[in-house]
Design a binder for this molecule. Structure first.
Ligand code: M6R
Length: 606
């Protein structure tokens, strides 16, 4: 979704802004723009266009590099179509502005301030610029303070006033802004990826705090004008990891990084052969006392929650719900002070998940965030946080974030079982052995990438595909199907194979590839028998199967054997195989694997 950057310093402002916008491209966008100012000459330039940052770069090619500060934006259209005019920055009178979020009452504001003549675009953003311009009387703080009182919705606003060419102002509600500085200047962005390589530390701008970006310092003030002391967080990502390295796409790199990410996620959380969550500060009491568990999450993160549900209900016998965060609060969920809410999110900024978490907290629930990005909004809103240590995930399709989320959930579940006295010695040993083997077992699947590539070639031309499995296999396939559909554009349905006979089997034809997953001892016979049913209807079946399962003499179009792990741990090898399958289909179709159409990496609108 929209990306924001700002820079005030001695480097070339245009280059700095364009480079930072490139780093934010992964969020998903459809137009881009920058506005720059020169302190000495007062000259202001706005360059913007529908299209990519590369197009914007071409437009800026012949601009003289004399500006001293500037703001930039990548836009993911919500209000108003994709056009040069609707791209940010917007200028109205003395105010230049970029915005992330949605202003819900922008139509009312147009009428209230009689702005219609001032506006050229169809965006809610330009309305904010116009409101600020009306309220601006030479005092930026006063104008910002007054303006935000009128705004309903979520926003991060980054603003320049034409008579203040040496300061960038910012304020936010919900939508994030982070800032940092180094010897060459100060910068801000909508996420920390844009700051990678520029500083060791960053600040998460608190909500409703007016931020001033000067050449050498960042100042924060509350709405009463009182100074706010910034709180610094470490940027501990190896910035060289933000590039694609030897891989053609980030997605492949991130799939291949999984063993390393999983090891990092385990690191420090297994002490003397036992799960120990003291590094995360999770008190045993909340794991012991909760009577029900509820996951709020979206997309892939929600699928990670489904895997946890299968494990928790089976092993711990605790009632668990896994909810789409976007539906959660509209369904009158059963939540109270005995409920433990797990908010799972890679970005930590998904607004639906954030709002669902806030709702659950209001009802008295305790909460743990399972988050990848430090200091993100959901991390700050959660009572406790377990960070997945996946490192930056740039491809829109989530891979290493998913497997590290599942591993983090298993660590939590393992600790829960321990403090509730559920595991006997033998069960605990099997659990711990499997937990520690996750990285290497997943690695074994990555070594089979050429076999998976061959299978992928056979489904390139499919219009529809099915993924069949039962129980935990079905939950794993929901994620596998999401991967395939989002990057290959093949309509793919994951189906609980026992349900097929109740309708869906009518869609099975010779031209419909079926990917079947069989990894669970208890139900394998039933799964294999469901597969035979679709084979009898002409379907060509690719079987992903635990390698020690006997397939008798049944025939499949292709069989990929998966390294053996116990029960729920099969999620790791199976998911890696499904990720590679989706990846190769998309790549061989010549698609933009990392940036699938219409999608954004960080979803900050409801
Ligand atoms: O950042 P989050 O984990 O909260 O994002 C939630 C979903 O948007 C995300 O998991 C999405 O489904 C994946 N990128 C799809 O691969």
């Amino acid at each position: 979704m929209c990306g924001i950057v700002g820079y005030n310093g001695k480097n070339s402002v245009t280059d700095q802004l364009l480079n930072s916008l490139e780093l934010l491209e992964y969020r998903g966008y459809d137009s881009a723009g920058i506005a720059t100012m020169n302190k000495k000459t007062g000259k202001i330039k706005i360059r913007k266009c529908a299209g990519r940052v590369a197009d914007l770069r071409r437009i800026c090619e012949n601009d003289k590099k004399i500006s001293t500060c500037g703001i930039g934006h990548t836009r993911w259209a919500t209000h108003g179509g994709v056009s040069d005019t609707n791209a940010h920055p917007h200028r109205v009178g003395d105010v230049l502005l970029v915005h992330n979020g949605i202003i819900e009452n922008y139509e009312e504001l147009k009428d209230h301030f009689m702005l219609h003549k001032d506006l050229k675009s169809q965006t809610d953003t330009e309305v904010v610029a116009a409101v600020l311009n009306r309220l601006y009387d030479g005092d930026p703080h006063e104008a910002i303070r007054k303006a935000v009182k009128y705004l309903k919705g979520t926003f991060s606003l980054v603003i320049m006033f034409v008579d203040r060419p040496d300061v960038i102002y910012a304020i936010r509600n919900v939508s994030p802004i982070v800032a940092a500085y180094n010897e060459n200047g100060t910068m801000l962005a909508s996420d920390v990826v844009a700051l990678a390589g520029t500083a060791d530390q960053y600040i998460v701008i608190p909500e409703y705090v007016i931020t001033e970006l000067h050449k050498k310092k960042i100042k924060l003030f509350d709405l009463n004008g009182k100074k706010v002391e910034p709180e610094f967080l470490e940027i501990d990502w190896d910035t060289t990891r933000a590039g694609k390295g030897k891989y053609p796409f980030f997605m492949e790199k991130e799939i291949m990084e999984q063993p390393e990410a999983l090891r990092a996620t385990l690191d420090g959380r297994v002490v003397n052969g036992e799960i120990d969550l003291s590094v995360d500060g999770i008190p045993d009491d909340i794991l012991k006392d909760c009577e029900r568990i509820c996951v709020v999450a979206c997309g892939t993160a929600m699928h990670a929650g489904l895997v946890a549900k299968a494990v928790i209900q089976r092993n711990l016998r605790i009632h668990m719900d896994v909810e789409y965060a976007s539906e959660f609060m509209y369904e009158d969920p059963i939540i109270d002070e005995k409920t433990l809410v797990l908010a799972i999110s890679q970005s930590g900024e998904t607004i639906d998940t954030l709002e669902a978490l806030k709702y659950a907290k209001k009802k008295g629930a305790k909460s743990i965030g399972i988050i990848n990005i430090k200091g993100s909004s959901i991390a700050r809103e959660s009572d406790y946080v377990m960070y997945t240590v996946a490192g930056p995930e740039i491809a829109v399709a989530s891979t290493k974030a998913y497997t590290t989320q599942v591993l983090t959930l298993l660590l939590l579940i393992g600790r829960m079982a321990k403090v509730r006295g559920i595991f006997d010695e033998e069960t605990e040993k099997i659990f711990m052995d499997n937990l520690l083997q996750v990285p290497e077992k997943l690695e074994e699947v990555l070594e089979k990438k050429n076999d998976i590539h061959k299978i992928a070639r056979k489904i390139l031309d499919a219009k529809d595909a099915f993924m069949l499995g039962r129980g935990l296999d079905y939950s794993i396939l929901l994620e596998g199907a999401l991967k395939l559909k989002e990057i290959s554009y093949i309509h793919t349905e994951a189906y609980a194979s026992g349900e097929l006979k109740h309708g869906t089997i009518a869609l099975i034809t010779e031209n419909t590839p079926v990917v079947a997953l069989v990894t669970q001892e208890k139900i394998k016979e039933k799964e294999l028998s469901n597969i035979r049913e679709v084979q009898s209807r002409g379907a060509s079946v690719v079987l992903f199967v635990r390698e020690d399962f006997d397939l008798a003499d049944a025939e499949y179009t292709d069989v990929l054997s998966l390294p053996v792990m116990t029960g729920e741990f099969m999620v790791f090898p199976a998911s890696a195989a499904l990720q590679l399958l989706a990846y190769y289909v998309s790549m061989d179709k010549g698609l933009d694997v990392d940036k699938p159409r219409n999608l954004a990496k960080v979803v900050t609108v409801e």
